[in-house]
Design a protein. Structure first.
Lengths: 235, 480
């Protein structure tokens, strides 16, 4: 392993990052109207319903099981880490400001009490309505020593989609970050070779973004036209 | 070749020209100065020119000319493209190999040739339809793709599949694990010239696929595991067929050890090849048989049980050589452990006969109890009679469920299972709608292929085949 061992509890970051997004609880990402689909033809009588769509609930202490120990240790090692945690479905998620990402992953890998040795998965999620934080990058970390999993979520704006690469800490995140760049257009600063991986090298656009069309043609089936999937009625 | 593209002749003529390869200086030219290599323009001395690698293309020409031109230069470095259509790359994997003689100095895998946008497509389909898409990713282990997806959906829904569904899932997954390992060992053997291992491997796999066909109507791309359970229970003679498969495997699995374990060619090609130590495996995040071949017993079935794996008695197989041979031995022994689990499933299925194979929540489970007809199609005549002749409400409910699916509470989950190739992960995001907001699959082949440079660089070109086969990537899953 060519990565230098970083002492986890050394040097706090110079100043706490400005863009620490402590969002309102719960975070509402949209409003769903009606019981069924959009568009006309809903004769079920539920058309007047309106319910908020909640992305995640911010958890409050105590988180339960080993979550508190990990959260305590991480906050101790990374000063300035906001207390924004989600524990839905018995999975621990830390919402990490992007300026602190490298400090966090160094701590998660090197600290004996955390020891998340591997980062099995990195991927993106696009929330076009979250202005300034449209692109989310989700890191799933796995600890074989303690048999635990934890998730880190980092956001960046579509205008300045730059996040530090974690390949210096988790070398195997290489292809996952390339895929996230390819599909979402997130630039991972410090990545050794951030090129497209699934799409052709000269491809334009980032297909997994929500504003990128699915494509497809209408299909005629027994005389009826079936529109392509992204133009059908959505529910 | 490129200058011909500007030619305005009819396409047929151009194609003829291409096929004949008659132009001197085209392709493998004897004189490197013929080719326009922009890099040589800036060279000053003859000395520098000698160091500059010469670029040859492979469209036609006499190979003797290439050899003659190269003979005096003392430059043995060549860069070749292995794949994407090379038979030993298990699909469409491209390997850019830089060779010094026959020694690999650099190797870079190139993927994406089988990218079909499954994750994007899922965002436009209902939750149950996602299972049908997921099964097509790594087509050698479809049951695992379906199961990891359905477990993730169930986690978001906050439901658990009934006991019999879990048993059926474990059954099909373990049979699928045997089939997948058979393909890995069989095709890996074929690439070393051991064709018999391949033919018998596919023979046994065929028995398993026959069972799948009897169970759910399809040999591959099953769509058998659905959110909430499985699509269909065992057929009436299902247990008898399962017994046949178990007996068949008991009779034939020992053949692989007989063919491979002490075979001098097999050992000579595999022992000490493509080694990866535990420290290297950890830094590369490698999972599955390559990790267990280093001696580390990491198996999610034991460590983070799902589908009731904690109720089965089986061992985690490890090996201590950390090479290609060890990975084959791990797979061979894992097939026996899977067979042990299949036998336990047999007993559990006998005990749970008649219990539901699908969650009883009518908002999630498809209505009607399907049976596979003689034509291989699933149907349920009593249900059709009910909705068409008796109950309009049942018809509306059926229609809504099929066309719109069900809503899944907003949230984000990551579910990982132990696939034959390593950790198979599924990350799902729901916005509360009837479609996945985002589905991401962490395929073990995608991740493990990153270790190809580590396994191959410094070795011989012929061992690249062994190294890739020992990782067992399937490009349908790698590219998704």
């Amino acid at each position: 392993m060519s990565v230098t061992n970083v002492v986890a509890d050394a040097t706090p970051p110079a100043d706490p990052p400005a863009e620490v997004a402590v969002d309102s609880t719960p975070s509402v990402i949209g409003v769903r109207k009606g019981m069924w689909g959009t568009g006309p033809g809903d004769v079920s009588g539920f058309g007047g319903l309106s319910s908020p769509v909640v992305r995640h609930q911010r958890a409050s202490r105590p988180y339960g099981s080993w979550f508190d120990a990990v959260a305590d240790r991480l906050e101790e090692l990374v000063p300035g880490l906001p207390d924004e945690v989600n524990t839905d479905h018995d999975e621990l998620t830390f919402f990490v400001p992007k300026a602190l990402l490298l400090d966090v992953v160094r701590a998660t890998r090197d600290d004996a009490q955390l020891r998340f040795e591997t980062c099995p998965s990195v991927s993106g999620v696009h929330y076009p309505d979250e202005t300034g934080a449209e692109l989310h990058v989700v890191y799933n970390l796995s600890s074989m020593t303690h048999n635990r999993r934890v998730r880190l979520e980092v956001t960046c704006g579509q205008e300045d989609p730059v996040i530090d690469s974690v390949t210096s800490v988790y070398p195997h995140a290489d292809w996952h970050e390339r895929e996230t760049w390819d599909m979402f257009g997130v630039i991972f600063a410090g990545h050794p070779g951030l090129t497209r991986i699934l799409m052709p090298d000269d491809w334009q656009g980032h297909p997994q973004r929500k504003d990128y069309p699915l494509g497809g043609v209408p299909v005629e089936f027994k005389g009826a036209q079936v529109p392509p999937p992204d133009q059908r009625r959505s529910y | 070749m490129s200058d011909k593209k500007t030619d305005t002749t009819a396409p047929d003529d151009a194609m003829l020209d291409d096929a004949n390869q008659i132009e001197p200086g085209d392709g493998a030219s004897a004189d490197p100065e013929d080719r326009d290599a922009p890099a040589t323009d800036t060279l000053d001395t003859v000395d520098d020119q000698a160091k500059q690698p010469t670029e040859y293309l492979i469209q036609g020409g006499d190979f003797d000319d290439v050899v003659a031109a190269q003979r005096d230069k003392g430059d043995e470095t060549i860069v070749i493209n292995m794949g994407p259509q090379h038979p030993s790359t298990h699909g469409v994997l491209r390997l850019e190999v830089e060779l010094d003689g026959e020694t690999v100095t650099h190797i870079r895998p190139g993927i994406g040739f089988l990218h079909t946008g499954i994750e994007k497509s899922m965002e436009f389909r209902t939750w149950p339809q996602g299972s049908i898409l997921a099964t097509r990713m790594d087509y050698i282990m479809p049951m695992f793709n379906e199961t990891v997806y359905c477990l993730a959906v169930e986690k978001l829904l906050g439901i658990k599949a009934p006991e019999r569904a879990d048993i059926l899932r474990v059954l099909v997954m373990e049979l699928n694990r045997i089939a997948s390992h058979l393909v890995a060992i069989g095709t890996g053997g074929m690439e070393l010239g051991a064709l018999t291992v391949m033919t018998i491997g596919f023979r046994e796999r065929e028995m398993i696929l026959d069972f799948f066909e009897a169970l759910c109507g399809t040999r591959m791309n099953h769509g058998y595991v659905r959110p909430g359970g499985v699509s269909i229970d065992l057929p009436d003679d299902g247990l008898a067929q399962l017994r046949t498969v178990i007996e068949w495997l008991h009779r034939h699995l020992p053949e692989y050890a007989g063919f491979c374990n002490e075979n001098p060619i097999f050992r000579g090609r595999m022992c000490g090849m493509a080694t990866m130590s535990l420290a290297q495996a950890m830094s590369l995040g490698v999972t599955g048989p390559p990790l267990r071949a280093t001696g580390y017993p990491w198996d999610l079935r034991k460590k983070q049980p799902y589908c009731g794996y904690e109720n089965y008695d089986f061992d985690v197989i490890t090996w201590d050589t950390a090479d290609a041979y060890g990975r084959v031995r791990v797979r061979l022994s894992e097939m026996w452990e899977s067979l042990k689990i299949v036998e336990q499933c047999y007993e559990k299925l006998e005990k749970t006969a008649g219990q539901p194979h699908m969650t009883t929540d009518p908002k999630i489970a498809m209505p009607g109890d399907l049976t596979v007809g003689a034509d291989g199609q699933g149907n349920s005549f009593s249900h059709v009679k009910h909705i068409m002749g008796q109950s309009m409400e049942a018809l509306i409910h059926h229609f809504k469920l099929v066309t719109e699916g069900f809503h899944v509470p907003a949230g984000q989950v990551y579910q990982a299972i132990e696939s034959p190739k390593g950790e198979l992960g599924c990350q799902l995001v729901s916005d509360g709608g009837a479609h996945p907001y985002r589905a991401h699959f962490r395929d073990p082949g995608f991740h493990n292929l990153q270790s190809v440079p580590l396994l191959c660089e410094g070795g011989m070109l012929s061992d690249v085949v062994v190294a890739v086969a020992s990782l067992d990537p399937v490009l349908g899953g790698v590219d998704r």
